[in-house]
Each structure stands twice: as C-alpha cells, then as structure tokens.
Design a protein around this ligand. Sequence first.
Ligand SMILES: C[S@@+](CC[C@H](N)C(=O)[O-])C[C@H]1O[C@@H](n2cnc3c(N)ncnc32)[C@H](O)[C@@H]1O
Length: 274
Amino acid sequence: MPQSDGAISLDHDTPELARSYDDAGLVQFRHGKFLVGPLAIRSGEHVLDIGAGTGRLAEFVAGLVGADGRVSGIDPLAGRIEIARLRQADNLQFDTGRAEDLSRFHDTQFDAVYLNSVFHWIADKDRALREIHRVLKPGGRLGLNVQDPSRPHQSRVLLRQAIVEAGLADRRQESNPVLGSTDAELSALFTANGFNDYRSELRALVDIHDDADSLLRWSEASAFGNFLEAFSPSERTLVRQAFARLVEDKRTPEGLSLERYLRFAFARKAPTVD
Ligand SMILES: C[S@@+](CC[C@H](N)C(=O)[O-])C[C@H]1O[C@@H](n2cnc3c(N)ncnc32)[C@H](O)[C@@H]1O
C-alpha cells in the first residue's frame, strides 16, 4: 500500500516505471553532464555513481575514464539496476545498494563520487556523506545536484495549484512534499562530515515535455512511484485534469516548457598532509 504520511518509500517502483524512466532519461542525463563537467573526471580514474538509476550517466562517465579507469554504479531499486546492467562495458559495474551503506567499497577507493538528482531522496544524509568521505581518496572530489526547497520546480508549483483546484488543499503538503536542501543546509552538512572547498550554485534548467500526460508520467517515474500516492485513484484523476489545464500556460511551439531549479554542490576530501 502507498504510504499516506508523505514519507519516501523504495517499494513503489515497478518494471513499467523503471522502463518509462529510462525512455525519458535524457532529461536527467543532460543535467548530469553539468555535474560531471566541473568534477573534471580524467582517464584512469575510479568513480562512484550513487543512485545511478538506469545507468545512462554512468555509461557516459565510463567513456571519460576509459579502459584504465572504472565506474561503479549503485541504486537501491533492483528494477533500475536490471536495466543499467544492459549497458555493457568492461570498466562499468552496477549493483543494488544505498548511499547510507557503502560497506562493499574499501576506504579511499574512489577519485570522485557523484549523485545526480538523488540527494533529496536520501533519508540519512549525514550517514551518506560520512560513507562518501570514507570511500574517497585524499583530495577526492564530490559533486551532487539537489532540489532547493526555497525554489520549487515550476511543475511542482502548478501541481500544488492543481491540488487546490481539485478541492484537496488540506492534503497538499503530505501528497506533494518539496524535498531538498538549501545552500546553508548543504554547507553545514558537508563541513560537519569533513569536506573542504564547498561551493554551490543554483541553476535554472528548462525541460520540454510534449503534454501534461508525458510530464506527469516522467515525474512519477523519476520519483519511483512516490507521486500523488496519498490520493485515491479518483482524486488523482481530478488533480491530473486540473494540472493539464494549468500547464497549458507553459505551451510553446516546441512543447510545454518548464523551468526546474537544481542546486549544484561540489567539495573535496582534504588532501594528505606530508
Ligand atoms: C531521479 S532518479 C536519478 C537516477 C540517476 N542518477 C540519473 O541520473 O538518471 C533518483 C534515484 O535515486 C535513487 N535513490 C533513492 N534513495 C536512495 C538512497 N538512499 N541511496 C542511493 N540512491 C537512492 C532512486 O532509486 C533513483 O534511482
């Protein structure tokens, strides 16, 4: 049963959502390139992709590290890892696993670790950052992008409005929580877990969707089923209808054009002092 308290569950994913995520995965992939670019990943490096999903970005990074490097991707959702494993390369490996438990990896194993559109989903962020710090080499780089609750995506704002128009205003928080971390929260978390040289930047990214249906399908697949799950099927239909009306305001000749806001954050583990 879906949870009605707004808590994130890893149990709502289905093979269909995983396939649908992979089909539409170019959206996150594009944002992922803005993440791995500043990480300056080089040939021969060992890189960890946490929350790798269906593996599109990890496959791209495997091309950057080349035959002498290695990319490991982990994700808690078995259905997503199954698709990721179809991407075959000698320097690329996928396993199920969570950010909070990297015990399968040795201390100081990786040159770089990144999380693309993952950090807002992680329940125990302190524990995840402690683990990432442990598996990074001295001087190793961390990069992540995350929703910023002070700047919700345009689609989220419209969805909240649609919930109100559907007459369900009293349940809009629990059914559509805005997850994420602000600059101040990230800075405090990174510092508390031993990282240096923290910097972050909020970027506005434009996504184009054909119609309201494909946008909502993508949102559901991206959220591995944690989407409007507090509502009954008939309530969900009302919300979807109201959303479809509202989102037409964003129609351009290319399709529905909506801005998403992601905070990109980078830091390093301190280098060894001789
Ligand atoms: C929006 S998808 C992003 C997937 C991938 N990084 C990409 O760029 O396409 C979010 C991913 O975060 C993963 N996730 C959720 N909780 C996690 C956790 N505690 N540790 C690691 N990954 C997690 C989900 O399983 C999902 O695949």
